[in-house]
Design a protein. Structure first.
Lengths: 255, 291
């Protein structure tokens, strides 16, 4: 556990960024990245987005308990963007901790990975929603994805997009970026840090014409009127008009 | 109902551990519309003084896989584990369970402290490890050569998969002339859970149109209209470099025989050529669009 971990952090009213950094080595440099989880607090129910990297399970559980223990709506749902273990490896642990909780998303493979919890898996398609009381969580098109079973999520309360592997980039620990949002990390070179993930986790983006995907991303951000982007691996984006052009440039540089 | 069988691919040297899955739309490695059955295949490579397990299977098959391994090696045999896709449950699902039952001396990875990537269940909420077996990490170094066991007679070639979604390794075993291809060449599923899970002649389905559809409706949905030049070159280089008699994928039927191997490589190359941006216009592919 990192004793200087700046998380959890509330990035929008009722939306908490959870987790801790992971050290990554790439082409002789040492980077940090996140395998984050997010907690959305509704008036009637709360939902956890992603379960985090296995190394972070105890830390995320502690962060979550502290937040939920303050009289907030109970955790009733878990949404996972896709089946890779840094996103979904904690599914079994979360279900053990919260016996009434159900798992939502494209739930392929989880009956094989966590067979005793098969009856708690609830399949979602794009457009399906989960009621949290004063806000909804909606499954949306995963524009930049890997497995065919990926889904993204959208919180209507804070107009927050949860794009899983989309907007996947590392950050500079040496320059104090840990726990900061993208706009606070002034020295962050998005083309550089997007490339770290492109080579390892989003190999296809190095072959594809990423203009197509950047266009689709911008269309989605406009259609949904997204205010905040909360990626699993990157730093949250709070000022989309400022940061999205840099993301676009970085995506295209990868391709 | 899952069928659990073992195929001995090379006399005392290579065993395929098959555990079958019904294809009902819930297996992400196959198109959502595919029906029938496939096998999740882990492979045990054996020498007198050690063994290497490629992938560890889904937790749903934990007991079967432990029984399968137990039927081949004893609990004292030094066992190495290599998850070919570190981030996928099929590769890592039973790593810790196997480490509890067998003399696992190392787990290959590209990251240090591999236990922190594999431990899904047994670290309690205070961060205290509960009954966690020791699992030393061997960080893969592409400049080094690797063997099964320690006798120096069983070289294996470990390589980055030339076509992949996420970080994926392919392994070529010189002794058995087998290419372990992880999620590639995995399109041959069966009507029955009884297989066959080893095919030595025509597999009856491997045409360019079938493979193209399979790739585009699974994790290779992104291939249409990309630059496939370097992908094709990487695959061809492997086919030219190694004397491959058997393709052993992580899912589906194993493919044996030079003619069948050559056919599969040829079809894959043809599909990638037909998907290149010079042949087809790139476009946005919505989730779930089957073609």
């Amino acid at each position: 556990m990192n004793t200087n971990n700046p998380l959890p952090r509330e990035i929008s009213p009722g939306v908490w960024w959870l987790g801790d950094c992971l050290v990554q080595h790439h082409k002789g440099k040492t980077y940090h990245s996140y395998n984050a989880a997010f907690l959305i607090i509704g008036s009637e129910a709360s939902i956890l987005i992603e379960t985090g990297h296995p190394k972070d399970f105890p830390e995320i559980e502690r962060q979550m308990k502290n937040i939920l223990g303050d009289g907030r709506a109970p955790l009733k749902h878990l949404f996972i963007t896709h089946q890779e273990t840094p996103h979904s490896g904690g599914l079994g642990r979360v279900l053990e901790l919260y016996p009434d909780l159900t798992v939502h998303g494209d739930v392929s493979d989880y009956h094989l990975a966590f067979p005793k919890h098969e009856h708690r898996l609830k399949k979602m398609e794009v457009g399906d929603s989960i009621e949290l009381g004063d806000r909804q969580f909606i499954a949306v098109e995963p524009v930049i994805r890997d497995l065919r079973s990926s889904l993204w999520g959208f919180d209507t309360g804070g107009r927050v997009l949860f794009p899983g592997d989309g907007f996947a980039y590392s950050h500079y620990h040496w320059d104090g970026h840990c726990g900061k949002v993208a706009e606070e990390a002034k020295s962050l070179d998005l083309a550089d840090v997007l490339a770290v993930f492109a080579e390892r986790a989003l190999f296809w983006t190095t072959f594809a014409d990423m203009n197509i995907y950047a266009d689709k991303l911008e269309e989605m951000l406009n259609d949904l009127e997204v205010d905040i982007i909360a990626p699993t691996h990157g730093l949250p984006i709070l000022d989309i008009p400022t940061t999205m052009p840099k993301v676009r440039e970085g995506l295209i540089a990868c391709g | 109902m899952s069928h659990h069988t073992i195929t001995e691919l090379a006399n005392g040297k290579v065993y395929a551990l098959h555990n079958t899955l019904p294809l009902d739309g819930r297996v992400s490695a196959y198109p959502a519309s595919t029906r029938g059955h496939t096998a999740s295949n882990c492979y045990l490579l054996c020498e007198d003084d050690g063994a290497l397990l490629l992938d560890t299977g889904y937790a749903a098959h934990e007991n079967a896989i432990i029984e399968q391994i137990s039927s081949i090696i004893d609990t004292h045999t030094p066992l190495s584990i290599y998850p070919l896709r570190m981030n996928e449950f099929m590769s890592v699902g039973n790593a810790m369970a196997i480490a509890k039952h067998f003399n696992v001396v190392e787990c290959y990875a590209s990251v240090p402290d591999v236990v922190t990537w594999l431990e899904f269940e047994t670290i309690d909420t205070n961060g205290k490890k509960m009954d966690t077996p020791d699992l030393p990490t061997t960080i893969f170094d592409p400049s080094k050569s690797y063997q099964v066991g320690k006798n120096g007679h069983r070289p294996i070639n470990i390589m980055n998969a030339p076509i992949r979604l996420i970080s994926t390794k392919w392994i070529y075993d010189e002794s058995s002339k087998t290419l372990f291809s992880s999620d590639m060449f995995s399109h041959v599923s069966q009507d029955s859970p009884e297989g066959p899970w080893l095919i030595e002649n025509d597999d009856t389905v491997t045409t360019s149109s079938f493979v193209r559809s399979f790739l585009l409706n699974t994790r290779y949905w992104w291939l249409e209209g990309v630059d496939t030049t370097s992908l094709r070159k990487g695959i061809t280089d492997i086919f030219d470099r190694f004397d491959i008699e058997t393709i052993a994928p992580g899912y589906g039927s194993i493919l044996r025989g030079r003619a069948l191997v050559e056919h599969h490589f040829s079809v894959l190359d043809d599909v990638l050529r037909s998907l290149d941006r010079s042949a087809v216009e790139a476009r946005y592919i919505p989730r779930g669009m089957e073609r």
